[in-house]
Design a protein around this ligand. Structure first.
Ligand SMILES: *Cc1c(COP(=O)(O)O)cnc(C)c1O
Length: 355
């Protein structure tokens, strides 16, 4: 049976990415060798690196003066790479969820860190709006999509200091004005590629300003200088990521993707709002297009298991909510087709009709 993959991460990738990766693992770029057994310094792999960087720049409209890097360690390593490179005296953080909180905690190892606002008082069900970004901060850190709680900042905010964003779970899902950001980073395994590679988009003039010594591998300048080939990069995820970006470009680029993502999210949120059995868990104006969180309505909590079982019989996987929210979470990443959302919505209606 066809599976409908709502996994939160690692998550669904385009079929073209998976098929093309299999092909390259068998025979990479006509070399007669597997992608797994060629030098990362071969001209064939260098072409992959260059195309992936070029697609990042083209699809996100990255202006001059920014570098695109591919490194290891996951988004979680960026939680300390960012302050290592950018925090001299003080940084500001917007605490909107589990990942934001982890980033905030890590930065404290490097200097004064101010949480300008937090939505933890209401279990991260909204994004704080009334806060002041301190003008003396070295940077202001945000998490644009809160994967676990299902809230998202859908607008690029104005910041008087360099804006740093964890975009692990919404990169390429909507157009972003990169010029408003000093640094954008994320793990690959939601909207880009298999786990193992981490992307960093950084405005080069922000670097080299802190007084502490920075270990070579942590220093962004190392990877800028060597085109992310200072050491062996995660070659397979980078290759797969290139295929994902080719796929995305063919679908109309990021604006095309955003139209599809809006249609998917609108369809599911409407079904939730029209239903007596299900309710959303977050403030409506902050709803994420990537991760839709919902629970059984008050009085119907006992039906959760039964609905989960129904989704399984219809081929849906990955709908269990994170333990800190409960209920359900449908992750609607770029590669998830509208058809899968329709299958979920139909199941919700069928369930409601029989209860
Ligand atoms: C998944 C996720 C992370 C963690 O990424 P790793 O690559 O596993 O370290 C961090 N931030 C956000 C917003 C995420 O969704």
């Amino acid at each position: 049976m066809k599976k409908h993959n709502f996994n939160p991460g690692p998550s669904i990738l385009p079929q073209e990415t998976i098929d093309g990766t299999i092909e390259a693992v068998k025979n990479f770029a006509g070399t007669g060798l597997s992608l797994l057994e060629v030098s990362h310094r071969s001209k064939e792999f260098e072409a992959v690196m260059n195309e992936t960087v070029a697609l990042f720049k083209e699809l996100l409209g990255i202006p001059e003066g920014y570098a695109v890097l591919f490194v290891g360690g996951g988004a979680s390593s960026q939680f300390f790479h960012v302050p290592y490179n950018l925090l001299e005296k003080k940084a500001a953080y917007l605490v909107t969820g589990t990942w934001a909180k982890k980033a905030y905690k890590e930065a404290k190892l490097f200097g004064t860190v101010e949480a300008v606002a937090s939505s933890e008082d209401k279990n991260f069900t909204y994004i704080p709006k009334d806060y002041v970004i301190p003008a003396d901060a070295d940077y202001f850190h945000i998490t644009t999509n809160n994967t676990i709680y299902g809230t998202e900042l859908l607008k690029d905010i104005d910041s008087p200091v360099p804006l740093v964003a964890d975009m692990s779970s919404d990169i390429f899902s909507r157009p972003v004005d990169v010029s408003k950001y000093g640094l954008i980073y994320g793990g690959a395994q939601k909207n880009f590629a298999p786990a193992g590679v981490t992307f960093v988009i950084v405005r080069e003039d922000l670097l080299g300003k802190v007084s502490r010594p920075i270990p070579t591998m942590v220093d962004y300048r190392t990877h800028i200088k060597d085109n992310s080939l200072f050491n062996t990069p995660p070659v397979l995820p980078i290759y797969s990521g290139m295929l994902t970006l080719r796929w995305l470009k063919n679908l109309g680029g990021v604006p095309g993707m955003e139209r599809i993502n809006k249609a998917k999210a609108d369809l599911l949120y409407k079904a939730i709002d029209d239903s007596k059995l299900f309710v959303g868990t977050v403030a409506k104006e902050d709803r994420s297009r990537m991760n839709v969180t919902f629970v059984m309505a008050p009085g119907f909590e006992g039906l959760e298991e039964e609905f989960m079982a129904l989704t399984k019989t219809k081929g849906m996987v990955g709908l269990k909510g994170h333990r800190s929210v409960g209920g359900f979470r449908a992750s609607l990443y770029n590669a998830l087709p509208l058809e899968s959302v329709q299958v979920l919505v139909d199941a919700m209606k069928e369930f409601e009709a029989s209860h």
